[in-house]
Structures are given as structure tokens and as C-alpha cells.
Design a protein around this ligand. Sequence first.
Ligand code: UDP
Ligand code: MG
Length: 354
Amino acid sequence: MTKSFPDISIVIPLYNEEQVFPLLLERLDQIIAKSALSIEVILVDDGSKDSTPLMMKKKAMSNAHYHSIFLSRNYGHQIALSAGLNHVNATEAVMVIDGDLQDPPELLDELYAKYQEGFEVVYAVRKKRKESFLKKLSYFLFYRFIKKISKIDLPLDSGDFALMSRRVVDILNSMPEQSRYLRGMRSWVGFKQVGVEYERKERAAGESKYNLKMLFGLAYNGIFNFSEVPIKFLTSIGFVSILVSFSYLVYSIILRVFTNEVPSGFTALLFVIVLFGGVQLISIGIIGEYIIRTFFQVKDRPLFIVDQRVQDQELIVNHTANNKTILTQNELNNQINIINEELDAESKIKPKDQ
Ligand code: UDP
Ligand code: MG
């Protein structure tokens, strides 16, 4: 049994990860068994539609090192992570990893060693990525672009995989922003931060849950939440075009006075009109991005809603934010039986599917 306040929490968001989940548990069990530190694992189900939640429930009910949080629907990776960070009990530090074993959880020791040297944020930097060329190229360009335009120092090639001190996690939890780009927020917090290189593996099983739209969403959040450059850029375009148009006016007047020629060029005129039509629409879009973010922030909705939790082997059903029901031992046993039956039924269905 762990003590209720372990040294380390490991937070893992999961969305339809039934294929990789057993492998993940195996690796985590080994780490927990070997480590001199007391470790808890916070699994967050981000509205999975497969058997991930069932397996999570079963694990957390039978093993006190594991706690599970079940969100009311799919909120996306960043929010699921935030939900996990909100439920940690660690006294020392919190490690964040993906559930697909692309981030080797065994790196905990190395990251923790740096934490002991006094670093409050130890982020993992991808030395190599084993992913498609297009994905690698997009990430490469994106991290360099956002580093250039951002006011704060965002490290290159580092995702959410990191170990943070409890203090930093408490600060992140107190940051109310709705559109979350956690790797940026983590840098914003400050203190002593350091990178540790690692090789990003391929997914151990299953497929990426991030589609192109979600990747763009994340990139947008990074750009618009951490940089004023898009808005400043518009102002610069405005100034440049005024300058160009005045220069042209002076040129035309000089031409008229000294040579009696009138500038012609219908094509050029059309080009400029259409060009600035485009520039203006993009400008409205960029302003819109900031307005949307303000709009959602002002609404002040909760970041996520927890449906159920398994904490210290107890199933807790959240009715509202403060009103929770803890199931009795009898109800709990019933739950475990139901889970076992459902898992059995699933494993019987599986072979026929394939
Ligand atoms: N994930 C999540 N909610 C989502 C999408 C993904 O919790 O809506 C989880 C997913 O289960 C995994 C992690 O976030 O543990 C990273 O996702 P994925 O591996 O699919 O992203 P990629 O590594 O391809 O960028
Ligand atoms: Mg992945």
C-alpha cells in the first residue's frame, strides 16, 4: 500500500487506448516495484469509447498505487492532462507522460535526479522522433516558429513529457486559462528549468488520437496564447501599405507635373484591391482568434467535469462539483463484478471482430 501522500505522481491521459493499456500497466508496475520512491499513478479517461475506462477502474480498485478519473466526455489531451494535475497527491514532484509509451516512463529516475539538483521543471527533449516525415517536419518548423515569436523562452522540441515540482503543478492548477497550451504555461511559470534528451519511440500499440485538426488547434493555442506577434504584424502591414501608397502618390504627381504622363495599369489596380481584400479578411480572422479566446475565458465554465473517480480503491461518483457519493463496500463489490463481467464479455467479442 502506498501512503496517501506519495513522493511522486505520474499523470497519464488516455483516450481509447485499450490496445496499449495492458503494456502500459506492465511497465508502470515494474517501475513502482523497483523504485525507492513512493509513486501514485493518476489515470485520466478522456471520454474513451472502448474498454479503457473499464480496465482503468479495475486496476484502480485492485491496486492502491493507481487512481482513476473519468471525465464526462472527450475534452482533448490538454484538458485531460489538466484534470489529472488537479488530482495529484504527490508531495515532491509530478511526472506527465502519454499513455502510448512514446514517452518511456523509465525516464523518471533521470528526471527526478535533475529535480533533486534543484530544477523545478525537468522537461524531456526529443532527440529523435520515430514518426512520419510530415509530422516530424511540421513539429520541427512549428517549435522554431513559436520560439521566434513568443515572448517567453519556449524550449525547442519538448512536448508535455516532463517532471515538475509540486509547487509548479499547484501554480499551473491555479492558472484559469481555458485554451491550454501546457508546455507553454510550464515555461511561463519560470524557476529553474532544464531539458533532458531522450529518443521518442513509436506508439507501442494503437493509432494516434491527434488528428490534423487537433494538431492545428494545439498550434493555434500556442501561437495566440503566447504571442502578440500576429496582431503586431497586422499593424506593421498597415504602416507599410500606407507608406507604399503615399510613395506612389508622390511618384504619380511628379510624373504628371514633369512629363504629362498618367500612370496606367488596370491589372496592377485589380491585384492590389484583391490583395488587400485578402489581407483584411485575414486580419479580421486574427482579431477573431483573440476574441474567441476572450469569449470562452469570460464564460468561465469549468475546464472539465469529472463523472467518477476511483481514489484509494473507492469509487466516488460526482453529482455536482461538491456533492459526491462514495459507494459502500457492497456497492463496490457489485461494481467490480460488473466490470469483470463486462471485461469478460469484451474479450469474448474481440476475436470475432478481428
Ligand atoms: N489523448 C487524450 N485525449 C484526446 C487525444 C489524445 O487524452 O482527445 C491522449 C492519448 O490517449 C495519449 C496522449 O493523449 O495518451 C497523446 O495522444 P497521441 O499519442 O494520440 O498523440 P501523438 O503522440 O500522436 O501526438
Ligand atoms: Mg503518441
